[in-house]
Structures are given as C-alpha cells and as structure tokens.
Write a protein that binds this ligand. Structure first.
Ligand code: NAD
Length: 252
C-alpha cells in the first residue's frame, strides 16, 4: 500500500460550483490539498476558483455532467493522467426536486436518481478503481441528507436518492475495506448557502443547537471522515443538523 499519510491529499470535490461544494473546495484547498473541482456549471467553477486563488490557493477545474457514465469515465481518465489516483473523493453534487407525487413524471424521478445516486455510484467506482490499482488508502465521503431519515410531503425522488446514498455507502465500505479504502457519508440538515441575513430568529431557534447550519459545519465533518488517522470509521453516517432529527415534536 502507498503510505501517503501526509497532511495534504489529492482531493476531488464534486458539485464544487456553488453552495456546500464551494465551501468544501475552499476548505480542502485551504488545508493545502491539490484539489480537482468538478461541476456541470463552468461559471460556478470559475467563481469557486477565483475565491480559492484570492485566498492564495490553487485548484484544477473540470466540467462534467456526473449523471452521464461517459462523462465520469472522462473525468477519471484525467485523474489517472494527472495524479494516478485521488486520495479523497467527496461526492457532493446533487439536485433537489420537490413535486406532488401525483404530478411527478418518471423522467423527473430518473433525473434526480441519476444525478444524486447514480452519479455518486459512478464516481465512487471509478475513484476506487484507481485507488485499488495504485494501492492508495483512499477515503470517499458521500453527501446524503437528513431527508434520508425524515420527510415532508412531495419529496419522494430526493428522499429515495438520499436513502439510496446511505445504503450505497455501507455497501461500498464493505466491498472496498479489503483495499484499505473507507467510505462514509455526511447527512446535512438545513445548511444555509444563500443570504444568512434573511434567516429569521425562528429559523435559528427551532434548531436544538440554536442556529441554522453553515457550509463550514459540513466541511469539518468531511475533514474528520477523510483524516487518515480516523481509519477505524467506515460505512458510517454523520448527521450534521443541529439536532433537528433528534427533536421530538408534540402539538401544542
Ligand atoms: P447547490 O445546488 O448549491 O450545489 C449543488 C452543485 O451540484 C451545483 O453547483 C450544481 O451545478 C452541481 N450539480 C448538480 N447536478 C450535477 C451534475 N449532474 N453533474 C455535475 N454537477 C452537478 O446545493 P447545496 O445546497 O450546496 O447542496 C450540496 C449537496 O448537499 C447536495 O447533494 C444536496 O442534496 C446536499 N444537501 C444540502 C442541504 C442544504 O441545506 N443545503 C441539506 C441536505 C443535503
């Protein structure tokens, strides 16, 4: 096995063109990793890159629609050429679609499942092929959601895709354990990626932690799971939701 137990890694972040993925990209670049940022939005990636460069970091960017197997193959062809293999993959790219059950077309279901679940599967498998080949003790983190555990109405496709990510995570963890590759997930609750000034006191106070989540909350959970020292943790999910899924609610 390659003993690359250094502080810095070769790290791929998907969905790095906005929101949580952008914050992850900044956090991993900030700790000195070589980062490859992937998104279907070229403009989003350019903005993330500018932020990283303004902070003195650097990154590579790659535009790809990760729901397409051929695009994922192309991405990992590039990874093979430039790095041989990645040490860390964070599967963060995702879409949400909320629509009444009665109006949800099967094509719309497929787009959500293909992006969130199939994309995570395809990227994990291609990353693992290279990690196994190069003997890298890789770490994969899949971004799920508390909607894998709890629901509001009209969320069937998204909830199923995120529940699938949890099951995929433990299945991959077992298949890849003999190769020294760990696979875990993070389930965010409400993580505000927009204008936090628009949040109300009620938005914050409904959380047992007293505040709405921030992208850096997710970055720290990913840091824990991708730290080579934490190699006793695999197939696990960390919920980062300010306690919301532990809160018992009675009618007043
Ligand atoms: P976001 O929409 O801001 O970012 C998602 C990124 O993924 C976008 O840049 C988008 O272009 C990219 N993307 C979408 N489909 C893609 C595809 N097919 N190929 C490549 N890139 C694609 O969303 P976010 O709030 O930052 O969420 C990031 C992840 O966290 C998602 O998986 C989401 O489900 C999950 N999540 C977010 C929250 C939250 O409150 N923000 C809560 C739970 C889970």
């Amino acid at each position: 096995m390659e003993s690359r137990r250094t502080e810095t890694d070769r790290t791929i972040i998907t969905g790095a063109g906005s929101g949580i993925g952008r914050a992850l990209a900044q956090a991993y670049a900030g700790k000195g990793d070589e980062v490859l940022l992937v998104d279907r939005s070229h403009e989003g990636l350019e903005q993330t890159l500018r932020l990283i460069e303004a902070a003195g970091g650097k990154a590579q960017v790659h535009v790809a629609d990760l729901s397409r197997p051929e695009a994922v193959k192309e991405l990992f062809g590039r990874v093979r050429e430039s790095w041989g293999a990645a040490d860390v993959l964070v599967n963060n790219a995702g879409i949400s679609a909320f629509k009444p059950l009665w109006e949800l077309e099967v094509e719309e279901w497929d787009v959500v499942l293909d992006t969130n679940l199939r994309g995570t599967f395809l990227c994990s498998r291609e990353a693992a092929v290279l990690m196994r080949e190069k003997g890298v003790r890789g770490r994969i983190v899949n971004i799920a959601s508390t909607r894998a555990f709890m629901s509001e109405p009209d969320s069937e496709a998204y909830a199923a895709s995120k529940g699938g990510i949890l099951a995929l995570t433990h299945a991959l963890a077992l298949s890849l354990a003999p190769h020294g590759i760990r696979v875990n997930s993070v389930s965010p609750g409400w993580i505000e990626t927009g204008d936090t000034a628009k949040l109300s006191v009620r938005d914050h106070e409904q959380h047992p932690s007293g505040r709405v989540g921030r992208p850096d909350d997710i970055a720290r959970a990913c840091f824990y799971l991708t730290d080579p020292a934490n190699d006793f943790v695999t197939g696990e999910n960390i919920t980062v939701d300010g306690g919301m899924t532990r809160k018992m609610i009675y009618a007043e």
